[in-house]
Design a protein around this ligand. Structure first.
Ligand code: BG6
Length: 482
C-alpha cells in the first residue's frame, strides 16, 4: 500500500471516539503501510496531558481492541503521536498548534499535507472551523477535514456550519462522516441491487410493495442523556444513518462507480424526496419514549434528561420519492433505544402474485447489517408429503474467517480519507435534503407539543410503542420483523 505523508490533527483527542475507534483504526492502517514513516498525529483536548501519557493511552486503546499486537510496531506507532493541550476558543492555542504542525511536517517530511478531524462535541465544530481559517492552519499540500455527526441541528445551523467550513475547505475536501457507510452490509446494498438480475429486475414500483428499515438498539441513552435530550432518535439516527441506507436502496443506477457518479445518482433521487404534510406526519409517524422497569430507569429518569422532556427515544415513519426505480413505494423505518435486541435490518417486501396454489407467500429480500451479516430471500416450494406450499430462506452469509477479515467502519472510512475517496461520505446537497425532511417532522412535533401531546410510551426491550404498528398506508401492510 502506498504510504501517505500527512500531519493529522484530532480535535477531541482525549475523547471516547478517538480512544475506541480512531486510534485502533489508525494502528491498523499503519500495520498495512498506508501511514508509516511520514506521518504524525497531534491529539488536542483541554486536559493537560503529556506526549508520553497520550502514547500510553494509545497503546491501551490498541490493546483493548486487538487480540494480537506486534509490540515493536505499536511502540514505533505511538512515537508518531503528540499531545497539545488546546482550548478551542483560544486564538493563541491555534498559533501554537500551527507551529507544532509545521515542525512535525518538517521532521516527518509530510509534504504540507494535513487532515483535520473534528471528533469533539458538535457545538464546537463552527468555532474550530472559523479558527482554522482565521489562523491559517491549512498548509501547502492537501488539506482535508473530517466532520463527525451531527452536522448542524437543523437546516439553518447546518448551513451556517457549512459556510464556516467552506471558508477554508473545498466541498471535495470535506468528509462528513457517517459510520454506517463504512459497514460491510451497507456497502453491499449497491452490489446486491445491480449485479443480480434476479434482484435488479424486481427492483421497481410494480414489484416492490414496501421497504422496511429497522435500526433497533438494546441499550438506553446511558451516559449520553445531555446530548441525547437535545437530539432525539430522529436527529440521532434518521437524519444520517437511516437516510443513507434509504438513499442506497432507492437511488437510480449510477453510470459507474466513481464517487462523483454515486453522488450524482443520490442527488438525482433526493431531488424527488417527498416532504410529508402535517396530516401525513400525524398519520404515518410515531414518536415514543421508553418507560422504566424494576431494574432500569425510564427515559425521563435518566441523568441529564429534563423530567418533562418530549424528546423521542423511538421513531417510526415513512419516506417516499417522486423518482428513481421505486418512485412512490412506501419506505417505512423505525429506530429506538431499549428495544428487543440490537438489530439493523432491511426488508424488501415484494408484491404478492396470485397463482394456482393459492396460499404461497410473497418473496421478501432481507438484508441484515448488524449484529450478524446476512442476506436472505424467502422462497416457496412444495411440501414433501402433503399438499401445500412450504417457505424456506435462500441464504447468503459469511464464514467465520471472512467475518474476522471485515474491517471496522471507522478503519474503512479513515482509509478513504487518506486516499481521497469520498464515495462513502455525505455530500452537502444530500445533507440539505435530509435536513429539510427532518425539519418538517420536528416542526410538526413542536406543534403537537404545544397542543399538549406527548410521545407514546413503550415498555423496554420490546419493539416500541404499539402505535408504530399503525403507520402503514394500506391495511395489508405490517412489520415483517416483529
Ligand atoms: C450513533 C448514535 O451515531 O450510532 C448512537 O449517536 C447509536 O446513539 C449509534 O447508538 C449506533 O451505531 P451502531 O454502529 O452501534 O449501530
Amino acid at each position: 500500500m502506498k504510504n501517505i505523508p500527512v500531519v493529522m490533527i484530532i480535535f477531541g483527542g482525549s475523547g471516547d471516539l478517538a480512544h475506541r475507534k480512531l486510534y485502533p483504526a489508525l494502528f491498523n492502517l499503519y500495520e498495512q503501510g498506508l501511514i508509516r514513516d511520514n506521518f504524525a498525529v497531534i491529539a488536542t483536548a483541554r486536559r493537560p496531558w503529556t506526549h508520553e501519557y497520550l502514547r500510553g493511552q494509545i497503546a491501551d486503546a490498541v490493546h483493548e481492541t486487538h487480540t494480537e499486537v506486534n509490540e515493536n510496531d505499536l511502540a514505533d506507532f505511538t512515537q508518531h503521536f503528540y499531545y497539545q493541550s488546546h482550548d478551542v476558543t483560544n486564538v493563541g492555542h491555534y498559533e501554537t498548534l500551527k507551529e507544532l504542525a509545521q515542525e512535525l511536517d518538517d521532521r516527518y517530511s509530510a509534504q504540507g499535507n494535513r487532515i483535520f478531524y473534528l471528533a469533539m462535541a458538535p457545538r464546537f465544530f463552527g468555532t474550530i472551523a472559523t479558527h482554522l481559517n482565521d489562523q491559517h492552519l491549512t498548509s501547502s499540500g492537501f488539506n482535508r477535514i473530517v466532520v463527525e455527526k451531527p452536522f448542524g441541528h437543523e437546516l439553518a445551523s447546518a448551513e451556517k456550519l457549512n459556510q464556516q467550513i467552506t471558508a477554508s475547505f473545498a466541498e471535495d475536501d470535506i468528509f462528513r462522516i457517517d459510520h454506517y457507510l463504512g459497514k460491510e452490509m451497507v456497502q453491499n446494498i449497491l452490489p446486491m441491487r445491480f449485479t443480480n438480475p434476479l434482484i435488479k429486475n424486481v427492483w421497481n414500483n410494480s414489484e416492490i410493495k414496501n421497504i422496511q428499515v429497522t435500526l433497533a438498539e438494546r441499550l438506553g441513552v446511558e451516559a449520553r442523556g445531555g446530548y441525547y435530550d437535545t437530539s432525539g432518535a430522529l436527529r440521532d439516527m434518521v437524519q444520517n444513518h437511516i437516510f443513507q441506507i434509504v438513499t442506497l436502496l432507492a437511488m437510480p443506477e449510477p453510470k459507474d462507480l466513481n464517487a462523483s457518479s454515486i453522488h450524482e445518482a443520490k442527488q438525482e433521487l433526493l431531488a424527488g424526496l417527498i416532504i410529508p404534510s402535517e396530516a401525513e406526519i400525524a398519520q404515518h409517524f410515531v414518536r415514543g419514549q421508553y418507560l422504566g422497569s424494576d431494574t432500569t430507569f425510564g427515559y425521563l429518569q435518566e441523568a441529564n434528561v429534563a423530567e418533562d422532556s418530549a424528546t423521542e427515544t423511538f421513531v417510526a415513519g415513512e419516506m417516499k420519492f417522486k423518482n428513481g426505480p421505486i418512485a412512490n413505494v412506501p419506505i417505512y423505518f423505525r429506530t429506538g433505544k431499549e428495544l428487543k435486541e440490537k438489530k439493523t435490518r432491511i426488508d424488501i417486501v415484494l408484491k404478492h402474485r396470485s397463482n394456482p396454489y393459492g396460499q404461497a407467500h410473497s418473496n421478501n429480500i432481507t438484508l441484515i447489517v448488524d449484529p450478524n451479516m446476512e442476506i436472505y430471500i424467502t422462497i416457496n416450494g412444495k411440501k414433501i408429503s402433503q399438499t401445500g406450499i412450504r417457505r424456506e430462506n435462500l441464504d447468503y452469509n459469511f464464514s467465520k474467517d471472512e467475518l474476522a477479515e471485515v474491517p471496522d467502519g471507522y478503519e474503512r472510512l479513515l482509509h478513504d480519507v487518506f486516499v481521497n475517496d469520498s464515495t462513502n461520505f455525505t455530500h452537502w446537497s444530500e445533507l440539505q435534503a435530509y435536513w429539510k425532511f427532518i425539519d418538517a417532522i420536528e416542526s410538526a412535533w413542536q406543534k403537537a407539543d404545544q397542543a399538549g401531546q406527548k410521545p407514546a410510551q413503550y415498555l423496554p426491550y420490546r419493539m416500541g410503542p404499539k402505535e408504530a404498528d399503525q403507520i402503514f398506508e394500506r391495511p395489508t401492510e405490517h412489520w415483517i420483523y416483529e
